[in-house]
Design a protein around this ligand. Structure first.
Ligand SMILES: Cc1cc2nc3c(=O)[nH]c(=O)nc-3n(C[C@H](O)[C@H](O)[C@H](O)COP(=O)(O)OP(=O)(O)OC[C@H]3O[C@@H](n4cnc5c(N)ncnc54)[C@H](O)[C@@H]3O)c2cc1C
Length: 361
């Protein structure tokens, strides 16, 4: 337990920063969270939004010491489209979660907990390069996916580009994925809490023609159309096989900027959750933090190579080939096979912190 005078400073009032704050406050630290935005809940460029992730909400809650299960909603269905060929993916352990500062979001749940624990907040307070030389002891950097933070900390990052649309919708907890050659990643829609988020993203610029193709696909196959599309970009810590790091510039890192992200599908929620707790441990029990961080990110390197060597070069450019293979095997057969092996797959993915199946929690 810290002395009453011990202070901790956290930059980033998103999910991982808030979790670190709650845990440090409970350990007796006087905690201040600073964010460049005017409020909590992550970057307003992307949030409010809804995300989808494999997760074990109960085990994750136990690990981080906060009951986050009420913010996670079991996804009812998630069709995956290879061009126009629809395959129903198994969704047993896939959850939708709302980000941002609306009442129903995960961030609001965490923020309320932080306030209850006496955490102080200062908004419109960006970390700047000139601050780095004099960071106070017990500083945690939880700056998410903002390129300027990676640049100032000299953390290798990959830039991504995409179109987003978000707003109200009455669809329950639902998602889809769309694979096409016009992007390197995918198009995906998710919804929960009567809100949706739609994203078409790539590691290359995404032109208007690609967006028009995606919009036409969504109308044809899902009967959904929205016009409020914005072009955004961001950073992900997927530039190098050794991207994951718990310390930088004498400070503790957590969340996505620490590299706690799945290089294959870019799931970042589970990693941000568990590394928020790890960051608090890095201040109170460094050996345990190092052990847990290594455990949660241990599949990063192999997934990085699978993505960069196998997936980008040989598989991803051939959506037509994937579609043809599925049609030849029969969609129903592929779905049946997916159901049989599906339960084991997420546990073997490099989704940090997820997986009662492979003891990564
Ligand atoms: C568009 C989009 C869609 C996504 N979809 C999914 C998904 O479906 N499933 C999934 O698992 N993951 C998804 N992710 C990834 C996931 O959102 C992130 O990995 C996760 O939110 C990271 O949490 P965090 O705590 O690291 O950062 P955040 O929650 O993003 O918080 C970072 C905070 O740091 C602040 N900050 C940044 N720079 C500074 C600075 N210089 N000074 C002070 N404060 C600063 C920001 O304002 C922000 O509040 C998505 C990401 C994006 C951008």
């Amino acid at each position: 337990m810290a002395k009453k005078t011990d202070e901790a400073t956290i930059y980033g009032a998103g999910m991982s920063g808030l979790i670190a704050a709650v845990n440090l406050a409970r350990d007796g630290y006087s905690v201040t969270v600073l964010d460049r935005e005017p409020g909590y809940g992550g970057s307003q460029l992307y949030n409010p939004s809804t995300h989808v992730t494999p997760l074990d909400p109960v085990k994750t809650s136990e690990y981080i010491g906060i009951d986050i299960a009420p913010a996670f909603h079991q996804v009812q269905a998630c069709p995956s489209y290879f061009h126009e060929t629809k395959v129903m993916l198994p969704v047993w352990e896939v959850f939708a979660v709302e980000r941002g500062n609306r009442e129903t979001s995960l961030d609001t749940l965490l923020y309320n907990e932080a306030v209850k624990e006496g955490v102080k907040f200062e908004f419109d307070f960006p970390l700047k390069k000139e601050d780095l030389a004099s960071l106070p002891p017990n500083t945690v950097l939880a700056c998410g996916l903002i390129p300027s933070a990676y640049e100032m900390l000299d953390i290798p990052y990959l830039k991504w580009y995409g179109w987003i649309s978000r707003g109200e919708i009455d669809l329950g907890s639902y998602a889809w994925l769309w694979w096409d050659e016009c992007i390197s990643e995918y198009g995906y829609f998710s919804s929960c809490n009567d809100f949706y988020f739609d994203l078409l993203f790539s590691i290359r610029e995404v032109d208007k023609a690609a967006l028009d193709k995606y919009k036409a696909f969504a109308v044809r196959n899902e009967g959904i159309e929205h016009d409020n599309w914005e072009y955004v970009s961001g950073a992900v810590p997927l530039q190098a096989p050794d991207n994951p790091r718990l310390f930088c510039n004498g400070a503790v890192l957590c969340g996505t900027i620490s590299g706690a992200m799945d290089p294959l599908m870019w799931f970042g929620i589970s990693g941000a959750l568990v590394t928020g707790k790890v960051a608090a441990l890095a201040i109170t029990d460094r050996p345990r933090a190092e052990h847990d961080f290594a455990r949660f990110t241990r599949r990063f390197k192999e997934s990085y190579y699978i993505k960069n060597v196998l997936w980008y070069r040989f598989i991803r450019p051939n959506v037509g080939m994937m579609e043809k293979t599925i049609r030849t095997a029969g969609v129903k057969n592929v779905e049946r096979a997916g159901s049989r092996i599906g339960r084991g797959i997420p546990g073997r993915m490099a989704v940090p912190g997820f997986g009662h199946l492979n003891c990564s929690l």
